[in-house]
Design a protein around this ligand. Structure first.
Ligand SMILES: *C1O[C@H](CO)[C@@H](O)[C@H](O)[C@H]1NC(C)=O
Ligand SMILES: *[C@@H]1O[C@H](CO)[C@@H](O)[C@H](O)[C@H]1NC(C)=O
Ligand SMILES: *[C@@H]1O[C@H](CO)[C@@H](O)[C@H](O)[C@H]1NC(C)=O
Ligand SMILES: *[C@@H]1O[C@H](CO)[C@@H](O)[C@H](O)[C@H]1NC(C)=O
Ligand SMILES: *[C@@H]1O[C@H](CO)[C@@H](O)[C@H](O)[C@H]1NC(C)=O
Length: 384
């Protein structure tokens, strides 16, 4: 599943908003081009080549006044982290006051929403940062082949924390963004309607049978595009475990935690404001079959919500972008103060997450300091 991200920025060009997109690398790049040719603003007036960007998406696209830009990460965690790092470090942009709208298509848990729905995440969880054994040879007392780093049984909290397991975003900004997004008219179509009707035979999937809507909905990042009931349950369990019960799994995509890690590092360097990030996913597929359907049967289907998921990126995303740009002086330039914790599992931006390993765990800086003690290699930078 893919994810894309838009941004509001104030770059060197003077832009106030930028869009960041993790898009298909297939020939027609639909997640990128969905934003082009819209009446609200034109992103193709100013193209900027960014060193370090994906060879598929070498340029950032901006409006002529530079107030709104689009960046495309490419798909999967490695592409997202690399492209976002290049963007954050690019001298072409000043992103200190930029709002980032991460926007892309995703799979959705049919317990939480339906095809074409637009999810705004407070939490992003890197669910496959785990150990795995093939479920066909797992011990008889395992419920799934996935289990956390540094432990030996599923469902046990990880002992080894890498720091990118969980990100929490500004919930006050998320609520405002959802208010803006509700001004858009979401697309629905017969293909999606027919397909979602199959989910009506299980009351747990009531959300899947309703028309598309704007939903508060936490997201899972995984390079593996998984499918099915058991992995769906395992991903939901991991989301709960890693966030100490704070997040509920809803959508799945392949980029967001990587995008967020690059932005955390940018925030630590004073280059971006982590309180200005919105994570939005529109659902193109269900992540598991309907009751009575074999998971293998879902593999041959074209994404039943693909068309409306693309349309709804723009239907919901444009009012978010224009809402922030038009309210820039009145409200957004100064920033929206978060009332919740924001940042990663380590507390690297300060504050204390209500998830994560807690006090006994070395902070990122302390870990870095310990690890750097050993090295006496010859330095490669200039100066004393
Ligand atoms: C990944 O990022 C999402 C936000 O998009 C956050 O809700 C989630 O907790 C993050 N997960 C991990 C494991 O970092
Ligand atoms: C920017 O790039 C797009 C293609 O990605 C092109 O269609 C457009 O004309 C370019 N804009 C300018 C001002 O060169
Ligand atoms: C799972 O079963 C193994 C034996 O196959 C046992 O050693 C282990 O303690 C069991 N784990 C739990 C948590 O029950
Ligand atoms: C998910 O967690 C529940 C509750 O602990 C457990 O019963 C179930 O087996 C788990 N599912 C998977 C696939 O691990
Ligand atoms: C999260 O859960 C783990 C495992 O139960 C626990 O060690 C940790 O202290 C919890 N973190 C917080 C912040 O409560």
């Amino acid at each position: 599943m893919k994810a894309l991200a838009p941004t509001v920025c104030s770059p060197m060009l003077g832009s106030a908003f930028a869009l960041i997109i993790a898009a298909f690398t297939r020939p027609f790049k639909p997640e990128e081009t969905a934003w082009h040719g819209i009446p609200d603003f034109s992103l193709l007036e100013h193209n900027i080549t960014i060193p370090g960007y994906s060879p598929f998406f070498p340029q950032a696209h901006c409006t002529s006044d530079g107030s709104i830009c689009q960046a495309v990460t490419g798909e999967s965690e490695i592409n997202a982290a690399s492209s976002m790092t290049a963007l954050v470090l690019s001298p072409a942009f000043d992103l200190k006051r930029t709002y980032f709208l991460i926007a892309g298509i995703a799979g959705i848990n049919p317990k939480q929403g339906t095809l074409g729905s637009v999810g705004f995440a407070r939490f992003a969880v890197q669910v496959t940062l785990q150990r795995e054994i093939d479920a066909r040879e797992m011990p008889a007392n395992f419920s799934t082949g996935y289990f956390a780093q540094g432990i030996t049984f599923p469902g046990v909290y990880p002992q080894d924390i890498y720091g990118t397991e969980v990100f929490e975003l500004n919930d006050d900004l998320r609520q405002l963004a959802m208010t803006f997004a509700k001004r858009g008219t979401l697309a629905d179509d017969e293909h999606a309607q027919k397909y979602r009707a199959n989910y009506a035979n299980d009351p747990a999937y009531a959300a899947a049978t309703a028309p598309p809507s704007i939903v508060a909905c936490d997201t899972a990042t995984s390079d593996v595009l998984w499918q099915g009931n058991l992995l769906g349950e395992a991903v939901a369990n991991t989301t709960t475990l890693f966030t100490n019960g704070t997040a509920t799994h809803c959508t799945s995509q392949q980029e967001d935690n990587a995008t967020l890690e690059a932005l955390i590092r940018g925030a630590r360097a004073g280059l971006v404001d982590f309180a200005r990030i919105i994570s939005m996913q529109t659902a193109s597929d269900f992540d598991r079959p309907y009751a009575g359907q074999a998971v293998g049967a879902t593999l041959s289907l074209d994404s039943p919500g693909f068309e409306i998921a693309l349309k709804n990126i723009v239907a919901a995303g444009v009012p978010v972008v224009t809402g922030i740009v038009s309210g820039w002086h009145a409200r957004f330039e100064e920033g929206i103060k978060p009332s919740n914790y924001i940042g990663d599992i380590l507390g690297s931006l300060g504050g204390t997450p209500n998830f994560g390993p807690g006090n006994g765990f070395a902070r990122a800086d302390e870990v870095g300091a310990k690890r750097s003690l050993g090295g006496r290699a010859r330095r490669i930078f200039r100066g004393n």
